[in-house]
Structures are given as C-alpha cells and as structure tokens.
Design a protein around this ligand. Structure first.
Ligand code: 5GP
Ligand code: ZN
Length: 141
C-alpha cells in the first residue's frame, strides 16, 4: 500500500513537522485553507475515524489539543476549526486517519455552513431512535 502519510511518518516524504511522539505526528497541510493549517495523524495506518483504536485516538486527540494551543498562541487566529473528513462524500482524500487544525480569521472568506435542514414533526425522535438502537441509550437506564 502506498500511503503518502505513512511515507511522511517513515521520513520518505518531506513535511514541515510540528510535533512528534511515539504514536502521533503533526505537520503542515501542503494545500492550506489558511496558512498554518495543520494535520495530526496516528503513526500507525488506519483508514479513518471508524477504525482507529481507542489508544491511538487518545494520543491523536491529545496531540491535536497541544498543536491547536501552539497555533492559537503563535498565529493568534480569531478561531480554529478542528475537523476530520471520513469517506469521499465527506471530502476525505487521504485514507490515513487525520484531524485538520484550521486557523480562522474574521475576514477569511470561507465557511463550513451549508444550508441547514428542518426536522418535520416527529422526525427528530425517529432519527434519535434509529441511532439509539445502536447506542442502547434510554433515560430509564
Ligand atoms: P482530507 O481531504 O483527506 O480530509 O485531507 C487530506 C489533506 O492532506 C488535504 O488537506 C491535503 O492538502 C493534504 N495533503 C495531501 N498530500 C499531502 C502531502 O504530500 N503533504 C502534506 N503535508 N499534506 C498533504
Ligand atoms: Zn498511511
């Protein structure tokens, strides 16, 4: 399997590395939405959020908070988006799990706000019930 992010982990592909420990690595995104746009990945290859182990997810989210804090303190953005795209319909292009850390500025001219939908009567409960079939959550528990 030829994975560009695995190659960055192995040092075969160049990257501006921001942070690294035993299990995670963070580097600048090559095509930033804003300058300083960064990625955080587990060193081990997982296709996406669905299959990353709890242990590696913990490390990645810890590193994400650490790098976010560095970006916040050093680039002084007005806000920061932290996102993970999973599956091509969600915009995933590299199938090695990662979080994006995107510094945002008041006038940066892009938005993650598409047209919002409205639930019709009873529909919200229906959707919640479908998901609860799996989470097995009920207020009586
Ligand atoms: P996705 O679209 O899967 O959520 O995010 C993949 C990200 O990886 C994209 O924002 C893209 O710009 C970035 N990317 C793709 N190839 C490379 C690369 O070779 N080096 C770096 N640093 N970033 C890359
Ligand atoms: Zn990989």
């Amino acid at each position: 399997m030829n994975c560009i992010f695995c190659n960055i982990v192995k040092g075969k592909e160049k990257a501006e590395i921001l942070f690294e420990n035993n299990s995670t690595i963070s580097f600048l995104d090559i095509r930033p939405l804003n300058f300083g746009h960064s990625l955080v990945i587990p060193k081990k290859h997982y296709e996406n959020f669905y299959d990353v182990t709890e242990e590696d997810l913990h490390s990645v989210i810890k590193a994400t908070q650490f790098v976010t804090s560095a970006i916040k303190n050093r680039l002084i953005p007005d806000g920061i988006n932290i996102i993970s795209n999973n599956g091509s319909s969600a915009g995933q292009t590299i199938y090695h799990f990662h979080f994006h850390i995107i510094p945002r500025f008041k006038n940066d001219q892009f938005t993650f706000r598409p047209q919002f939908k409205d639930y019709s009567e009873g529909m919200m409960r229906e959707f919640a019930d479908k998901i609860r079939m799996e989470t097995k959550f009920s207020k009586e528990n």
